[in-house]
Design a protein around this ligand. Structure first.
Ligand code: FAD
Length: 603
């Protein structure tokens, strides 16, 4: 009988469909397939634990705890040292629990621009084809353009019950002073150069995620008797009969067995194997299975099943910086008291205090420079701007958002209320890579993010512009009380850009002029960016949907090249990036993939 298991049910050695990874897209695919064919036996094999009842998953206020090192429900993919980021080895966290990224993420509802999907250039995946899936996945409770939103889907998106009004208003007013007005809906697939009060995957005080909203309601409801979910088991590789995917090999995750290794197990798949282990997990499963670049497979000691050199070859992520400021906010307007332990969060949960449903991230924006500002970033940047942005007026250069609190461990810092600003830059020009070095699941990876490694330094210029723009916005907020200097570049003390060493007594005057940065300041800023840039947790494109001759790994029906009965459904497949946080695109891919598979499984 279907249901949720921690051990493989006795006798379940063959099913129709296996889904490797029960993350954002994986939960959607399994649920929709099971709706369409209740007799079809479907098995999700998920490396993490069940997400139900975990406070860090359930209550939005605890979301930042999910990226702290050692968190049980997060996978930490460790990179190699990268010259372009000061020889640092970056670590990229990713969902490692049922529901994947949707169960641990920051819950911002953010949708791609229509032009992003159009520029993927893949038959069946243009924005006009995808809007119905964007609608199908959501019940939208915000304002805006009804034509592109959905009103009866599983994912409830709402403004939430709790926001810090003082900072929300101040941010919106400050951005408007700089020419970026408030819009009712910047998630309408078109609008940019505007701010918006955040809409979130939150209902009341609870997270909305793919496992809770798609999968759990179906398990045990009597209508999905053949839907099986096996948690705490890691897929090692896909098994092949010739070049036909015939099942998977997996092992109990030692993380949940006190580190003890237990024997590997196998289940056969009669009809289909779907890889849904995320942009960081799927290429590794493929390579361990013998699908990839023969040279990489050879070095790792894996026999080649299919030569597909694009696997893991073009890693992309958005590049994040978070800057901290002193503020005049009250203790209940930041998360500082909660994360520093000054407030007991268990008590807040017990009395269902509305703050537990808060994401502490109240305003988002999609912004881009004027032509003059683009020109000021140098001739290489201007050429890229003229080529890629000027002709695409709905593409943002940066997403600048508020974060009400200190971005990290505030132990030892002044006991005041901090306010932070996060900026990330979509459409990276740089590419990284992600490969196995051995068939052993626990072996170190050959993983580089590629951050700031593009030849013409376009990516770093985007972050230079973002730093200056966010700082001008925050300086104009009436809650601003100065930069928290250790989380800003160390500009020379006599520079106009220098940061104050102490919190200010009051806000800056209304007519404060823009900071003038010298060439030396710009050099300091660039060096700072290289030393501090990090992941936005928006990994994608590691098995892209494109012709094989262009580095593609799957075709437009998500079939892996060179083999049969093997599909991919997750953020590995986007062939181009999106001007948005990425969860919505993952949900959409799950919905679209399900329809493709439902059609193919007919008869
Ligand atoms: C900390 C964080 C914050 C984020 N904030 C936001 C946000 O606010 N808004 C937004 O839109 N997006 C956000 N994102 C991004 C978004 O959540 C992800 O892009 C999206 O969830 C990815 O979906 P996916 O289906 O491709 O993969 P995932 O959801 O990551 O699913 C992959 C699943 O596969 C499992 N897995 C991996 N390897 C194996 C294996 N070998 N065997 C079995 N199972 C395996 C994992 O445990 C996971 O459950 C955030 C992501 C993170 C990590």
């Amino acid at each position: 009988m279907g249901g949720l298991y921690k051990e493989l049910p006795e006798g379940l050695d063959e099913v129709d469909v296996i889904i490797a990874g029960g993350g954002t897209a994986g939960c959607v695919v399994a649920s929709r397939l099971s709706d369409a064919y209740p007799t079809l036996s479907i098995l999700i094999v998920e490396g993490g634990r069940d997400n139900r009842g975990l406070p860090n998953v359930t209550y939005p206020i605890l979301l930042l705890s999910n990226i702290l090192p050692g968190n049980t429900d997060t996978l930490f993919y460790e990179g190699i040292p990268e010259k372009a980021v000061g020889n640092r080895s970056l670590v990229v966290p990713s969902g490692g629990v049922l529901g994947g990224g949707s169960s641990i993420n920051l819950l911002t509802y953010s949708r791609a621009q229509a032009v992003d999907y159009d520029q993927w250039g893949v038959e069946g995946w243009f924005s006009k084809d995808l809007v119905p899936y964007l609608q199908r996945l959501e019940t939208y409770k915000g304002e805006g353009t009804p034509e592109t939103h959905g009103y009866s889907g599983p994912m409830l998106v709402t403004p939430g019950n709790y926001t810090a009004k003082a900072s929300e208003e101040a941010f919106i007013k400050a951005a408007a002073k700089l020419g970026y007005p408030e819009a009712r809906d910047i998630q309408d697939l078109e609008t940019i150069n505007a701010t918006q009060r955040n809409i979130r995957y939150v209902s009341g005080s609870k997270r909305q995620d793919a496992a809770s909203n798609y999968l759990h309601p179906r398990l045990g409801d009597g209508f999905h008797p053949n839907l099986y979910v096996l948690t705490q088991h890691q897929v090692i590789r896909v098994l092949f009969d010739g070049n036909k995917a015939s099942g998977v090999e997996f092992r109990p995750n030692p993380k949940f067995n006190n580190g003890v290794e237990r024997p590997v197990q196998r289940v056969s798949a009669k009809k289909l194997v779907v890889l849904s282990s995320g942009a960081l997990g799927t290429p590794l499963v493929l390579e361990r299975s013998g699908v990839g670049d023969p040279e990489i497979l050879g070095k790792a000691g894996v026999d080649v099943v299919a030569e597909v050199p694009g696997v893991g070859a073009e890693y992309q992520d958005h590049q994040l910086m978070t800057y901290a400021y002193y503020s005049s906010l009250l203790p209940n307007e930041t998360f500082d008291a909660i994360y520093s332990g000054r407030t007991n969060v268990d008590e807040l949960i017990k009395k269902d205090d509305p703050i537990i449903g808060w994401t502490a991230n109240d305003v988002c924006s999609k912004l881009r420079p004027s032509d003059e500002e683009a020109k000021a970033l140098g001739s290489a940047f201007e050429s890229a701007w003229n080529r890629d942005y000027k002709t695409n007026p709905t593409k943002p250069l940066a997403m600048i958002t508020s974060l009400n609190g200190f971005p990290g461990d505030s132990t030892g810092q002044l006991e005041v209320q901090y306010f932070s600003c996060s900026t990330f830059t979509p459409y990276p020009y740089s590419r990284g890579h992600l490969h196995i070095t051995s068939k052993d699941l626990d072996a170190s990876l050959d993983f580089a993010t590629g951050f700031f490694a593009d030849e013409d330094d376009i990516d770093i210029k985007k972050s230079v512009w973002s730093y200056k723009k966010q700082r001008e916005i925050i300086r104009r907020m009436d809650i601003y009380r100065g930069e928290f200097a250790p989380l800003h570049p160390a500009f020379a003390a006599d520079s106009d850009a220098a940061t104050p060493s102490e919190p200010l007594d009051g806000p800056l005057p209304d007519d404060v002029p823009d900071i003038v940065y010298t060439a030396e300041d710009d050099a300091v800023l660039e060096q700072w960016l290289r030393a501090h840039v990090g992941t936005t947790w928006h990994s994608l494109g590691t098995c892209k949907m494109a012709p094989k001759s262009e580095g593609g790994v799957v075709d437009s029906s998500l079939s892996v090249y060179g083999v049969e009965k093997l599909k991919i459904a997750d953020l590995s497949v986007p062939p181009g990036n999106v001007g948005a946080n990425t969860a919505n695109t993952a949900y959409m891919i799950g919905e679209k993939a399900a329809d493709i598979f439902i059609e193919e499984l007919k008869g």
